[in-house]
Design a protein around this ligand. Sequence first.
Ligand code: TIU
Length: 220
Amino acid sequence: MITVKAQPFDFAFDPASVALIVIDMQRDFIEPGGFGETLGNDVSHLQRAVQPTADLLALFRTRGWPVIHTREDHLPDLSDCPPSKRNRGAPSLRIGDNGPMGRILVRGEPGAEIVPACAPCAGEIVVDKPGKGAFHATDLGAILAGLGTRSLVFAGVTTEVCVQTTMREANDRGFDCLLIEDATESYFPAFKAATLDMIRAQGGIVGWTTPLARLVQALE
Ligand code: TIU
């Protein structure tokens, strides 16, 4: 077992049954002109998570531990996009509309791709998901069962939306979940801080959090 100093207490995992899940590090959320900006957000906040996530990916790749990437996107005919999602609010462009990085949040378009620094390597699993949670309407549960995964390390964006939703789904499915604090970001720093607090409150009601440096330390 490997033990990581974390909050609210140490996180122990078996390297034979751990996987990294990197949530939605896509241009549509992180770069100007994509989905995140159409919603009125300052996307520059998310840049902070790119290098720590790249470093975390390198850590798992060096050890040969499984890596799973997710992408929030929709089929070109939007048949997997509920009208309630497309019609919500007053964005400058809606899902499926043409933007500077192609059609907003549509699979295969430049904006739906993962940013180059965090791009999947050959052989890594990529899960396309229509929802905020990565288990909804995907094969993720079967993929993790096939890998024999019991512990999940989380990174990605945004902390309080797709990362937290997926962590909660995973926690309910019996996985021990560790969120790497500097490898996740929100458009709203206060929401990120609140999410980290609520994950580890009540004795780790949703899971654990720790900075990347503590995971590195545990592996030395
Ligand atoms: N809007 C927002 O904060 N996030 C999303 O819509 N998706 C993800 O978090 N990936």
